[in-house]
Design a protein around this ligand. Structure first.
Ligand SMILES: NC(=O)C1=CN([C@@H]2O[C@H](COP(=O)(O)OP(=O)(O)OC[C@H]3O[C@@H](n4cnc5c(N)ncnc54)[C@H](OP(=O)(O)O)[C@@H]3O)[C@@H](O)[C@H]2O)C=CC1
Ligand SMILES: Nc1nc2c(ncn2[C@@H]2O[C@H](COP(=O)(O)O)[C@@H](O)[C@H]2O)c(=O)[nH]1
Length: 330
C-alpha cells in the first residue's frame, strides 16, 4: 500500500513565498523547452475533441504555445501535418494503439511526413500495447518526439521511458469529465499531485501532468512536484473558439465539454469512462492564455526567481483540504 502520509492533492498544498528578486512580474520568464522547441507556457490544452481543433492548433502554434491535436478524426491527420508544415509550424498529433495506427505510422514514414511530436493517447498506458507502439514509432519515425501515456506509477514511467518514450503523461482519472475512478475504483483522482511527485522521482525524462488542474495556481504546484508541462482540459473548455455547440440557458451562454471515453465521443455505450458537462462560456482563448501567463509570472516572483525553475525548489506546506475556505476566484 502507498504510504498515506504522502498522499495529497492540489487543494491540500500551499507553496511558501521566498524573497522577491524582480521589480516587476513582467520580468519573470514562463517559457519551457520540450523536444528541442521553446514554448511560451508549460501548458498544453488537452487533446480532446471539445478542446482543440485545427484552427486552435494553428493559433497556438503561430503564437508560440505547445499543442497536441486529438486523434478522433484520424483521416484528417495527414492533411493536418502537411498544412502545419506548409506554414512552417510544428506538427503535433495523437495516435492510438489499434492495428490501423501501425499502418498510419508507416504511411507517414513512407511519405516522409514527420510530425515533430506524436502522443500515444490511451487510458491505461502501462501496457504492452503502448510499449509496442513506442517502439514502432521509434523504428519508423525516429525524429519524432514521443509522448506516451497515461500512467500513474513510477514503474510505468520507467517502462515507457525504457521502451523509448521521450516524455510520459501522468494522470489516470483526475479529469473533470472523468468517471474512471467511479466506474473502476482505480486511478490518481484525489491524489494526482502526490502521484505526479511519485512518478517524477523515477523519471529521467520530462513528465506531463494531465488532469485535475482547477486553478492557475495548480500549474505552479505541478511544476513544483516535477512536471515539465501540464495538460489541461476543463479550464480551456467553453471558450469562444472552443469546438462544440453553444447553448443558451436561463440567459447564460454554455458550451459542452465531453470526455474522450464518453458515450458522446464513442457513439456507443461501451467501456464508457467519461461524461459530458456544460461549462460557462468563457470569452477568448487568447485572454485565458494571457491571464495564465501573468499568474505564472506572479508564481515565479513568489518563488523568489525570474524563471520557471525557481518554482521547482520552493518549500511547501500541507494544509489538508483547507486552503479555499469557501473562496472562489470568480
Ligand atoms: N487519462 C485518463 O484518466 C483517461 C483517459 N481516457 C481517454 O479516453 C480515450 C479513449 O481511451 P482508450 O479506451 O484507451 O482508447 P481506445 O478506445 O482507442 O482503446 C485503445 C485500445 O486499448 C484497449 N484498452 C483500453 N483500455 C484498456 C484497458 N483498461 N485494459 C486493456 N485494454 C484496454 C482497447 O480495447 P478494448 O476497448 O476492447 O478494451 C483498445 O484496443 C483516450 O483519449 C484516453 O486518453 C479514458 C479513460 C481514462
Ligand atoms: N477518465 C477519463 N479521463 C478523460 C476522459 N477524457 C479526457 N480525459 C482526461 O482528462 C484530462 C483533462 O482533465 P481536466 O481535469 O483538465 O478537465 C484529459 O487530458 C485526459 O487525460 C474520459 O472520457 N475519461
Amino acid at each position: 500500500m502507498y504510504n498515506m502520509e504522502n498522499v495529497f492533492d492540489y487543494e491540500d498544498i500551499q507553496l511558501i513565498p521566498a524573497k522577491c528578486m524582480v521589480s516587476s512580474r513582467s520580468q519573470c520568464d514562463t517559457t519551457v523547452t520540450l523536444g528541442g522547441n521553446t514554448f511560451k507556457l508549460p501548458v498544453v490544452p488537452a487533446n480532446m475533441q471539445t478542446i482543440i481543433d485545427e484552427k486552435i492548433a494553428t493559433f497556438l502554434a503561430e503564437h508560440g504555445y505547445f499543442y497536441i491535436m486529438h486523434r478522433f478524426e484520424p483521416e484528417k491527420r495527414i492533411d493536418f501535418i502537411k498544412d502545419m508544415h506548409a506554414r512552417d509550424l510544428i506538427a503535433s498529433i495523437s495516435v492510438g494503439v489499434k492495428g490501423e495506427e501501425y499502418d498510419f505510422v508507416k504511411q507517414l514514414a513512407e511519405a516522409q511526413l514527420i510530425p515533430e511530436y506524436i502522443t500515444i493517447d490511451i487510458a491505461h498506458g502501462h501496457s504492452d500495447a503502448v510499449i509496442k507502439m513506442i517502439r514502432h514509432i521509434k523504428q519508423y519515425l525516429p525524429a519524432s518526439f514521443v509522448i506516451a501515456g497515461n500512467v500513474g506509477t513510477p514503474e510505468a514511467v520507467r517502462e515507457l521511458e525504457n521502451a523509448g518514450a521521450d516524455a510520459t503523461k501522468v494522470g489516470i482519472g483526475p479529469g473533470k469529465v472523468c468517471i474512471t475512478k467511479i466506474k473502476t475504483g482505480f486511478g490518481t483522482g484525489g491524489w494526482q499531485l502526490a502521484a505526479l511527485r511519485w512518478c517524477a522521482k523515477a523519471a529521467t525524462k520530462p513528465i506531463i501532468a494531465d488532469g485535475g488542474i482547477r486553478t492557475h495556481g495548480d500549474i505552479a504546484k505541478s511544476i513544483r512536484f516535477g512536471a515539465s508541462m501540464v495538460m489541461i482540459g476543463s479550464l480551456f473548455a467553453g471558450h469562444e473558439e472552443s469546438p462544440g455547440v453553444t447553448i443558451e440557458k436561463d440567459g447564460k451562454l454554455l458550451k459542452e465539454y465531453f470526455g474522450s471515453a464518453s458515450e458522446f465521443q464513442k457513439g456507443e455505450k461501451k467501456n464508457v469512462e467519461g461524461k459530458k458537462m456544460l461549462v460557462e462560456h468563457k470569452g477568448s482563448l487568447a485572454d485565458t492564455l494571457n491571464e495564465m501567463q501573468q499568474d505564472l509570472q506572479s508564481s515565479i516572483s513568489y518563488a523568489g526567481g525570474n524563471k520557471l525553475d525557481a518554482i521547482r525548489t520552493v518549500d511547501y506546506v500541507v494544509v489538508k483540504n483547507s486552503i479555499f475556505n469557501g473562496d472562489k476566484v470568480y
